[in-house]
Design a binder for this molecule. Sequence first.
Ligand code: LMR
Length: 395
Amino acid sequence: MFSQLQQPPADPILGLSVKFKADSNPNKIDLGPGIYKDEVGHTPILSCVKAAENFRFENETTKVYLGSAGSALFNDKIATLILGDHKVINENRVRTISTPGGTGALRMAGEFINRCKPGATIWVSNPTWANHQGVFKAAGLTIKTYPYYDYENKCLDFDGMIEALKLVAKDDAVLLHACCHNPSGMDLNKEQWQEVAELANDIGFTPVVDIAYQGFGQGLDVDAFGLRLMANTVEEVIICSSCSKNFGLYRERIGACSVIGKSATSADIMHSVLLTVVRVNYSMPPAHGAAIVETILSSDELTAQWHEELKGMRDRISDMRQLLVNKLATNGVTRDFSFITTQNGMFSFLGIDKDQIQRLKDEFGIYVVGSSRINIAGVSPSNVDYLTQSIAKVL
Ligand code: LMR
């Protein structure tokens, strides 16, 4: 049965980690996967997470099944985290399920859409996270793209985006990044969100909002502005969220898929269908990550600690954006990289070509995703000179 199998290409993001680990260059720098790192390149467990885990260890009394939706407390806390004090919560129109990571949420959203309309089209930004297309294709959807990033001018191609979205059909879905666009770091401003939301409402397409980096842009509420606006303007919205980055829970695989219906009754039906999709996929989500998050968000003290730690990560990345731009200039790069300081979240495109990316890897042990996306969290005061001098050499 398996003799016909061909070796698939390495994953464009995760495949880099494998190569990075095997690299013996003592100066190597990992700017690949979107993982937060501190000044010494370590991805710490947040103190609030440790405290919550200790609490759970002492207080957990059963490992009995939770059901396909996962923990009800976690689901409520996440709905409030992403939507705030929103009318759709007060109108009882939101249903949330916990999922194995943000990817699990996207896959469940894709399969849910496919259940409602087999082979439906989902529009994704060009560029988008390298796994979006694969996840939605695997769920049975048809993929189309809309322009998003202007590679030449290093800014948003908002006119191109709007022109393309005008062609979206009523029964299509459109994937939007709530904040910290992966991979470009370019986000919509408030007026642009308003325009997209009005278009969605006029045409009637379904927005699917991916919020994987809440808190890494400008702050928890500002980063959710667009999706909250969308939920104000459009009656039916799907939101896929992740706790991998903002709670640092990567390997615990905890995220959520929230559906907003036109009414409480239709939200109940959407929820029931979503649960049948979960049941035939993985039956029920893992519990540990959700237990950590709900413990933190149920405690004022741990929530305050989490906000502080999240701010620390956000501020460090923002500082590294500025340091990187300064050091590129002082280490002999004449090209203008100031756009890096105007972007949000973990990522930026360097805008260098494939040969230069290859040279960075082969000659300097610097690992950048093939699109020239860099994870700014991989930059530190101790490696920034080597990094920028190497970039100067390949340019
Ligand atoms: C990334 O974009 O690097 C992260 O979301 C990690 C992943 O799963 O690709």
